[in-house]
Design a protein around this ligand. Structure first.
Ligand SMILES: [Zn+2]
Length: 78
């Protein structure tokens, strides 16, 4: 199965193929701030399953703190 999506402004478009490695939701402070909602629901995909189809040059990362990135185990930490 192929799922397609885009960012809020539409500049970045992507496809993911197959099934996610994990799905979940989190209500830590970082997720609440990032999603501007009381709970953030998400899926996690292997990089090889993700293809950016438009706007790759617009993609950036932001690390709020040392612990604000998902850990190696996939566990979200605040
Ligand atoms: Zn979180």
């Amino acid at each position: 199965m192929v799922y397609s999506g885009d960012c809020f402004c539409g500049a970045v478009k992507l496809e993911v193929i197959g099934a996610p490695e994990a799905m979940g939701y989190c209500h830590c402070q970082s997720c609440r701030s990032w999603s501007a909602a009381p709970v953030n629901a998400f899926t996690l995909w292997k990089p090889s399953a993700v293809r950016i189809t438009a706007g790759a040059e617009q993609v950036a990362t932001f690390q709020k703190s040392e612990l604000s990135q998902p850990g190696g185990s996939g566990e979200m930490r605040e």
